[in-house]
Design a protein around this ligand. Sequence first.
Ligand code: SAH
Length: 375
Amino acid sequence: MTEDLAAPRRMQPGELEFTAPKRRKPPRHLADLTTAERREVVQSLGLPAFRADQVSRHYFSRLSDDTDSWTDIAAAQREALAQALTPSMMTRVREVTCDRGATRKTLWRLHDGALVESVLMRYPDRVTMCVSSQVGCGMNCPFCATGQAGLTRNMSTGEIVEQVVAGARELAAGEVPGGPGRVSNVVFMGMGEPLANYDVVLRAVRRLTEKSPSGLGMSARGITVSTVGLVPRIRQLATEGIPVTLAVSLHAPDDELRDTLVPVNTRWKVAEVLDAAWEYASATHRRVSIEYALIKDINDQAWRADVLAKRLRGKLVHVNLIPLNPTPGSKWTASRPEDEREFVRRLEAGGIPVTVRDTRGREIDGACGQLAAAQ
Ligand code: SAH
């Protein structure tokens, strides 16, 4: 299979569609399909359509991939159904934990050998799963570990949903300290640019929010889609009628600096990205989150905080400052504490709600594609 050996390529700034070399597709999984499509698959096996709903319930409600426990289905049919609807999507290569087990980062090997990461973070009041949507990323942001390797391929809806279900299984089984629990939040802040894999990500959001047996039954409000700022896709997302939280990775309030930190800015400027974000906020009534990684002496000057505050004033917005998680070999590092404090102070003085992201998982390279890069 020479196709599988094809070298990854980088997306050009502004390029929306995935055109990486063709490779073997991930196995089809029920999470890729609507309820009606699952029934068709089951009927094509010569089995009654309602079996599709039963298998879907085992997957989404019972979180079970163990066919022995599918006792409402005749034993002779279970294997064929599992092969058709719940094939193995990925295997756990490593799991590293910190925060006494409350933060767990998993490295997954996909069917074609590709490696991706997901992170489970348990807080007193919620559990957040951070998931990957692409193998690698084509956006080439110089401070991000994933950006350095380029884009290998898009992930499938099944591969995205399975990361969440795997976390849900760990929680349900009581493997995460704090007792049995549920996944309440999903953030598309793992590897990849979710809006560059738009249709697949949207389907994943639908599976996460639809009620069982169709999906996991989560609230859209608990789901955050984070983007470098692919303006046409932000506009499209605003029309979908799914009020997920939109996070925009701004990292600089001015085009001159943002052109270098988020190269896609050469295609869609700060003003256009923010306009699309405000359009999103008014269509969904959801507060937009502006992500801003604080990088020492690069984007953390007090005057930039003032410019940022001015650009955001009066909008349905909140700023999430992220102390830079330095990637191996990078010359950049996190801001000095006093500069971070001043940045926060200036934003607050400008009337902008601001939080500083906790640095969970930092000691396990929790943030940004570093585990896969190290492998
Ligand atoms: N491609 C999407 C989502 C993935 S990254 C996006 O860019 O929004 C999730 C967030 O982590 C983004 O805001 C990204 O800019 C940020 N990030 C990437 N590398 C980082 C690093 N080394 N330190 C801190 N934040 C980082």
